[in-house]
Design a binder for this molecule. Sequence first.
Ligand code: AMP
Length: 229
Amino acid sequence: MNIILIGAQGSGKGTQAQLLAERLGLAPCASGELLREEIANGTELGRAAKDYYDRGDLVPDDLVVGMILARVRDLDGAVGIILDGFPRTIPQARMLDEQLASLQQRIDAVIYLAVPREQLLDRLSHRYICRQNGHVWNTKTRPPALPGICDYDGSELYQRSDDAAEKVAHRLDIFFGETIHLLDYYDRQGKLFQVDGTASPEEVNARAVTRLMALNGAAISRTQEAASQ
Ligand code: AMP
């Protein structure tokens, strides 16, 4: 089973992708995370993407699409995938559909995590990430036990360069101006469902799993079996 998570920055998309990946035995594939690795490692792709990333702009399709499709091909249908942050444009969605079709695969479900813009701005300005594993904290709503330190792995917490207040507003403009059109694209394919992202992470996860089970419980059981082997 292959799933896409769509949500604005700060909607809890990364957290839900982690939870769903663990619970359903799916391979997580987060485009922002992959780009941060490329940038940190100073690869050719990372150097080409860095300025766009730092401005909070979308990285051009040709750079991102190649990176994600290589990952999809590597997994080769062995396990289902949960895509987080990709696609973000209609051309990206089309290229993904084509690539999956050539591998005799498809997207089974698309979950939209709906959160109002004012709440997103507030969440993002308090968001901190741990250096070691990318665990997400919020100094207002979900603070770590020790300020500046991740509870899980003890690594330092930092604020992402693109979470600075002026860049956050720009990134949300891109989401609500461009990425939001993906909802129509997947709704027309009959794959989209919406989950209220303002509830607690556990509650959002429970609702998403219930909807996925109703949609395709048999595929989920197969995915869980494949992942446990
Ligand atoms: P995220 O961690 O998903 O918020 O992504 C962080 C940044 O990475 C975005 O603001 C973009 O600059 C870049 N990025 C991630 N995914 C994509 C994508 N699918 N298309 C273009 N740029 C992307």
